[in-house]
Design a protein around this ligand. Structure first.
Ligand code: PGA
Length: 246
């Protein structure tokens, strides 16, 4: 039995205008007293307004990235302290789209996670293999080395969450088998310094597959992209997590 907290985290990616805040409000109204953590990570432009829209509800807001420095000449970037000031409690770091589009390395992810911790944010650190790496039989090597290199000093269950997201499953509608998810999550659990760190699965989680994914030992929740944009879909996933065994 795991002592890790359950978390359903929604990653809106580069989607969402003020009109879409109604989805966040509807989600919060559907879960006044949830049995798991609920987090929405909108684009930075919506963070403060979403925080205000969700004021007094159980739904937290978070960022999708932060800079490793606390301030300075970094045009277009956002510091962890700025996210916290806007109401964020958590920040997604090292998402595969950041690693691919912005050539982020695991060392940079670790530095960002340290900055997040210093600002009082929980770092949700993403790792995952490409399809070529899986086909070459390198999945565990890849995710374990990403984990080792992306985890900062001082990572604990109070300040860190790990999300396993196979790159080939993100936004594709394809998911690993139950056995494949279990194999990676068991290896991550064994490698983590703190048994309470929550382990999320991410990659094409939908209402239709959420319950079987959440039934896997060492899966403590999900990082959800496309299906987090609609309250009805994300709500069905959250309900599956609430009903999953501890
Ligand atoms: P998806 O994205 O649920 O749309 O596959 C997951 C993610 O990138 O976090």
């Amino acid at each position: 039995m795991s002592h890790a907290c359950k978390l359903a985290a929604g990653n809106w990616k580069m989607n969402g205008l003020r009109a879409n805040l109604d989805e966040a409000r509807a989600l919060a109204a559907a879960f006044p007293d949830p049995k798991c953590g609920i987090l929405l990570c909108p684009p930075a432009t919506l963070l403060a307004t979403m925080r205000d829209a969700l004021s007094g509800t159980a739904v937290m807001v978070g960022g999708q990235d932060c800079h490793a420095q606390s301030s300075g000449a970094h045009t277009g970037d956002i510091s962890a302290g700025m996210l916290a000031d806007a109401g964020a409690r958590q920040v997604i770091l090292g998402h595969s789209e950041r690693r691919a589009d912005h050539a982020e390395t695991s060392a940079q992810v670790a530095a960002k996670a340290s900055a997040a911790h210093a600002a009082g944010l929980v770092a949700i650190i993403c790792i995952g293999e490409t399809e070529a790496e899986r086909d070459a039989g390198k999945t565990l090597d890849v995710v374990l080395s990403q984990l080792a290199d992306s985890l900062p000093e001082g990572a604990t269950s109070a300040n860190t969450v790990i999300a396993y997201e196979p790159v080939w499953a993100i936004g594709t509608g394809r998911t690993p088998t139950i056995e494949q998810i279990a194999e990676v999550h068991d290896a991550l659990r064994a490698a983590l310094p703190d048994a309470g760190i929550s382990l999320l699965y991410g990659g094409s989680v939908k209402p239709a597959n959420a319950a079987e994914i959440f039934a896997i030992t060492n899966v403590n929740g999900a990082l959800v992209g496309g299906a987090s944009l609609k309250a009805v879909d994300f709500g069905a996933i959250i309900a599956a997590l609430e009903g999953a065994p501890d």
